[in-house]
Design a protein around this ligand. Structure first.
Ligand code: ZN
Length: 180
Protein backbone atom coordinates (compact mmCIF):
# COMPACT_ATOMS: atom_id res chain seq x y z
CA UNK A 1 0.00 0.00 0.00
CA UNK A 2 1.35 3.32 -1.04
CA UNK A 3 0.67 6.46 0.87
CA UNK A 4 1.94 9.92 0.15
CA UNK A 5 0.59 12.42 2.57
CA UNK A 6 2.92 15.37 2.11
CA UNK A 7 0.44 17.37 0.11
CA UNK A 8 0.61 21.07 0.80
CA UNK A 9 -2.90 22.20 -0.09
CA UNK A 10 -4.97 19.55 1.63
CA UNK A 11 -4.51 17.75 4.92
CA UNK A 12 -5.93 14.51 6.26
CA UNK A 13 -9.03 16.25 7.60
CA UNK A 14 -9.74 17.64 4.17
CA UNK A 15 -9.23 14.20 2.67
CA UNK A 16 -11.73 12.71 5.13
CA UNK A 17 -14.22 15.47 4.43
CA UNK A 18 -14.08 15.00 0.68
CA UNK A 19 -14.10 11.22 0.87
CA UNK A 20 -17.24 11.52 3.00
CA UNK A 21 -18.86 13.43 0.14
CA UNK A 22 -17.78 10.66 -2.23
CA UNK A 23 -19.40 8.16 0.14
CA UNK A 24 -22.63 10.16 0.01
CA UNK A 25 -22.50 9.90 -3.76
CA UNK A 26 -21.99 6.15 -3.43
CA UNK A 27 -25.08 5.96 -1.20
CA UNK A 28 -27.06 7.85 -3.84
CA UNK A 29 -25.97 5.25 -6.40
CA UNK A 30 -27.19 2.44 -4.14
CA UNK A 31 -30.58 4.15 -3.82
CA UNK A 32 -30.82 4.08 -7.60
CA UNK A 33 -29.92 0.40 -7.70
CA UNK A 34 -26.48 1.17 -9.10
CA UNK A 35 -23.29 -0.38 -7.72
CA UNK A 36 -22.39 2.18 -5.05
CA UNK A 37 -19.27 4.00 -6.15
CA UNK A 38 -18.88 7.74 -5.68
CA UNK A 39 -16.24 10.19 -6.86
CA UNK A 40 -15.41 13.79 -6.05
CA UNK A 41 -12.92 16.17 -7.69
CA UNK A 42 -11.47 19.02 -5.68
CA UNK A 43 -9.65 22.10 -6.95
CA UNK A 44 -8.30 24.71 -4.54
CA UNK A 45 -10.30 23.09 -1.73
CA UNK A 46 -13.53 23.42 -3.70
CA UNK A 47 -15.58 20.55 -5.10
CA UNK A 48 -15.84 20.97 -8.87
CA UNK A 49 -17.07 17.49 -9.73
CA UNK A 50 -19.13 14.96 -7.81
CA UNK A 51 -20.84 11.95 -9.24
CA UNK A 52 -21.87 8.37 -8.73
CA UNK A 53 -21.95 5.36 -10.94
CA UNK A 54 -24.83 5.56 -13.44
CA UNK A 55 -24.06 2.64 -15.68
CA UNK A 56 -27.52 1.10 -15.42
CA UNK A 57 -29.49 4.34 -15.63
CA UNK A 58 -27.63 5.58 -18.69
CA UNK A 59 -27.04 2.15 -20.22
CA UNK A 60 -23.50 3.33 -20.70
CA UNK A 61 -20.47 1.21 -19.93
CA UNK A 62 -18.40 4.37 -19.48
CA UNK A 63 -20.74 5.98 -16.94
CA UNK A 64 -18.47 5.30 -14.00
CA UNK A 65 -18.47 7.83 -11.17
CA UNK A 66 -14.93 8.91 -12.01
CA UNK A 67 -15.68 9.57 -15.68
CA UNK A 68 -18.74 11.68 -14.93
CA UNK A 69 -16.86 13.66 -12.26
CA UNK A 70 -13.97 14.26 -14.69
CA UNK A 71 -16.35 15.66 -17.29
CA UNK A 72 -17.92 17.97 -14.73
CA UNK A 73 -14.55 19.20 -13.49
CA UNK A 74 -13.27 19.83 -17.01
CA UNK A 75 -16.42 21.80 -17.78
CA UNK A 76 -15.96 23.85 -14.62
CA UNK A 77 -12.35 24.69 -15.48
CA UNK A 78 -13.10 25.00 -19.20
CA UNK A 79 -10.08 22.81 -19.72
CA UNK A 80 -9.32 19.17 -20.22
CA UNK A 81 -6.23 19.63 -18.08
CA UNK A 82 -7.11 19.05 -14.47
CA UNK A 83 -3.76 20.16 -13.06
CA UNK A 84 -4.06 21.01 -9.38
CA UNK A 85 -7.02 18.69 -8.88
CA UNK A 86 -7.47 15.76 -6.53
CA UNK A 87 -9.93 12.93 -7.12
CA UNK A 88 -11.52 11.07 -4.23
CA UNK A 89 -13.17 7.80 -5.12
CA UNK A 90 -14.65 5.05 -3.00
CA UNK A 91 -12.98 2.16 -4.86
CA UNK A 92 -9.75 1.69 -6.77
CA UNK A 93 -10.37 2.96 -10.32
CA UNK A 94 -10.53 0.54 -13.26
CA UNK A 95 -8.32 0.68 -16.35
CA UNK A 96 -10.65 3.08 -18.18
CA UNK A 97 -10.87 5.53 -15.30
CA UNK A 98 -7.18 5.28 -14.44
CA UNK A 99 -6.38 6.04 -18.08
CA UNK A 100 -8.72 9.02 -18.00
CA UNK A 101 -7.00 10.34 -14.86
CA UNK A 102 -3.67 10.25 -16.68
CA UNK A 103 -5.16 11.92 -19.76
CA UNK A 104 -6.66 14.62 -17.53
CA UNK A 105 -3.23 15.24 -15.94
CA UNK A 106 -4.84 15.06 -12.54
CA UNK A 107 -2.39 15.68 -9.70
CA UNK A 108 -3.60 13.37 -6.99
CA UNK A 109 -5.85 10.38 -6.43
CA UNK A 110 -7.23 9.25 -3.08
CA UNK A 111 -9.16 6.02 -3.10
CA UNK A 112 -10.73 3.55 -0.69
CA UNK A 113 -10.27 -0.19 -0.94
CA UNK A 114 -8.36 -2.00 -3.65
CA UNK A 115 -10.42 -3.74 -6.31
CA UNK A 116 -8.86 -7.17 -6.82
CA UNK A 117 -10.86 -7.84 -10.00
CA UNK A 118 -10.52 -4.55 -11.84
CA UNK A 119 -8.21 -2.19 -9.96
CA UNK A 120 -5.78 -0.46 -12.29
CA UNK A 121 -3.99 1.88 -9.89
CA UNK A 122 -1.96 -0.72 -8.06
CA UNK A 123 -3.73 -4.08 -7.97
CA UNK A 124 -3.91 -5.44 -11.53
CA UNK A 125 -2.16 -2.60 -13.29
CA UNK A 126 -0.58 0.63 -12.22
CA UNK A 127 -1.68 2.92 -15.00
CA UNK A 128 -1.52 6.06 -12.87
CA UNK A 129 2.18 5.53 -12.18
CA UNK A 130 3.52 3.99 -15.34
CA UNK A 131 6.68 5.87 -16.25
CA UNK A 132 6.17 5.03 -19.92
CA UNK A 133 3.18 7.37 -19.94
CA UNK A 134 3.65 11.11 -19.95
CA UNK A 135 1.95 11.80 -16.62
CA UNK A 136 2.04 10.23 -13.18
CA UNK A 137 -0.48 10.70 -10.42
CA UNK A 138 0.23 10.95 -6.73
CA UNK A 139 -1.74 8.19 -5.03
CA UNK A 140 -3.13 7.57 -1.56
CA UNK A 141 -4.67 4.10 -1.45
CA UNK A 142 -6.77 2.41 1.21
CA UNK A 143 -8.08 5.72 2.51
CA UNK A 144 -11.27 5.25 4.61
CA UNK A 145 -11.37 1.80 3.07
CA UNK A 146 -13.70 0.33 5.67
CA UNK A 147 -16.78 2.53 5.13
CA UNK A 148 -16.20 2.39 1.37
CA UNK A 149 -16.09 -1.39 1.49
CA UNK A 150 -19.12 -1.63 3.75
CA UNK A 151 -21.39 0.27 1.42
CA UNK A 152 -20.48 -2.18 -1.36
CA UNK A 153 -20.91 -5.21 0.88
CA UNK A 154 -24.30 -3.98 2.12
CA UNK A 155 -25.44 -3.36 -1.45
CA UNK A 156 -24.52 -6.83 -2.64
CA UNK A 157 -25.89 -8.50 0.49
CA UNK A 158 -29.25 -6.78 -0.04
CA UNK A 159 -29.21 -7.73 -3.70
CA UNK A 160 -28.49 -11.36 -2.90
CA UNK A 161 -31.31 -11.38 -0.37
CA UNK A 162 -33.70 -10.04 -2.98
CA UNK A 163 -32.80 -12.48 -5.71
CA UNK A 164 -31.79 -15.53 -3.66
CA UNK A 165 -30.22 -16.96 -6.80
CA UNK A 166 -27.24 -16.16 -8.97
CA UNK A 167 -28.06 -13.47 -11.48
CA UNK A 168 -27.86 -14.00 -15.23
CA UNK A 169 -24.50 -15.72 -15.06
CA UNK A 170 -22.87 -12.34 -15.55
CA UNK A 171 -20.49 -13.00 -12.72
CA UNK A 172 -20.29 -9.42 -11.55
CA UNK A 173 -21.71 -10.01 -8.13
CA UNK A 174 -19.56 -9.52 -5.07
CA UNK A 175 -17.47 -6.68 -3.78
CA UNK A 176 -14.35 -7.93 -5.47
CA UNK A 177 -15.83 -7.89 -8.94
CA UNK A 178 -17.75 -4.71 -9.37
CA UNK A 179 -16.17 -3.68 -12.63
CA UNK A 180 -15.97 -0.05 -11.69
ZN1 ZN B 1 -13.92 2.90 -13.89
Amino acid sequence: MKSQLDIPALNLNDDARFMTVALREAAAAAEDGEIPIGAVIVYKAKIIGRAHNQRERLSDPTAHAEMIALTQAAAYLSSWRLCGCTMYVTLEPCAMCAGALVLARIDRLVYGPADPKAGACETLYNIVNDKRLNHQVEVVSGFMAQPCREILQDFFAAKRQKTQKPEDGGGRDGVGNVCL
